[in-house]
Design a protein around this ligand. Structure first.
Ligand code: B1M
Length: 209
């Protein structure tokens, strides 16, 4: 099956059809990672480009996001079955002011696939909530996702809050999301930047080892 079909249906926001095509691809033995990157994520990239160029607007993006989530739900058990097992607790969230959660949910899923226990704080998470949760629940890693250039600076506040609350030496802080770079992560004093969900899960597992 051609992954382009999944991408096209996702762009059109046809959630049921995306779900059926993803199931068909799984049944044909296409690897879950291929379906995710070549089908679903490629489709979402096109949606992002059109959104940027004002060719489509928030409602269209939301239906595409819903189709993406339905496809990802089918892939979840398959992606989670891959990789080496680790143990440890991490908390994850999208930073304050930011409501994008598709990437954050993928990172969470891959981390759970590694055997990590993930406390999901959702979206619009304040630095205080990240740090309080890490403290109260003994998380080894705080994972921050940001999709907006206007919200990525909150990640620096998370680092500062961890310092203020005296847990900076006990917790690793990982950052990611489309506008985030390795140089940015270093500039705010975070412990790691990873570009995608799979590498985020690998690094979190190493931190918890
Ligand atoms: Co938004 N949006 N959006 N949006 N949206 C972007 C991010 C944008 C780039 C679109 C564009 O202009 N091309 C642009 C940001 C521009 C900028 O800041 N540079 C943008 C904008 C402007 C906005 C609004 C301001 C629009 C408006 O209202 N005028 C608004 C802001 C709302 C808010 O957050 N306060 C807004 C709203 C929305 C929707 C609600 C409609 C919807 C979100 C639905 C949802 O998430 N539930 C939405 C969407 C879907 C997008 C695009 C199209 C797709 C994002 C996505 O889910 N990608 C996006 C364009 C784009 O990115 N191409 C866009 C798929 C996802 C799997 O990728 O999240 O990057 P991503 O995650 C990746 C990696 O980044 C990484 O792993 C994942 C893959 O493996 N990763 C991590 C993510 N987090 C990580 C953490 C880690 C490690 C890796 O460690 C902890």
């Amino acid at each position: 099956m051609d992954m382009q079909e999944i991408s096209t249906k996702l762009q059109a926001g046809k959630a049921k059809e995306v779900k059926a095509l993803v199931q068909q691809a799984i049944d044909e033995g296409i690897p879950a990672q291929t379906i995710l990157t070549e089908g679903l994520l490629k489709g979402m990239d096109v949606v992002g480009e059109k959104f940027k160029n004002n060719e489509i607007f928030v409602p269209e993006v939301l239906v595409a996001a819903r189709a993406m989530n339905m496809g990802v739900a089918l892939l979840k058990p398959l992606l989670a079955a891959q990789g080496v097992k680790a143990s440890g607790k991490v908390c994850i969230g999208t930073v304050q002011g930011d409501l994008h959660d598709i990437g954050k949910n993928l990172v969470k899923m891959m981390m759970e696939g590694k055997g990590l226990e993930v406390v999901d704080l959702g979206t619009d998470v304040s630095p205080e909530t990240f740090v309080r949760t890490a403290k109260e629940q003994n998380c080894r890693v705080i994972c921050c996702s940001a999709l907006l250039t206007t919200t990525m600076d909150v990640m620096g506040e998370v680092v500062k809050e961890a310092e203020r609350e005296g847990i900076r030496d006990k917790v690793k802080i990982m950052v990611g999301g489309a506008p985030v770079t390795d140089a940015f992560a270093k500039s705010i004093g975070a412990d790691a930047y990873t570009p995608d969900a799979a590498s985020a899960a690998d690094v979190a597992a190493q931190f918890c080892a």
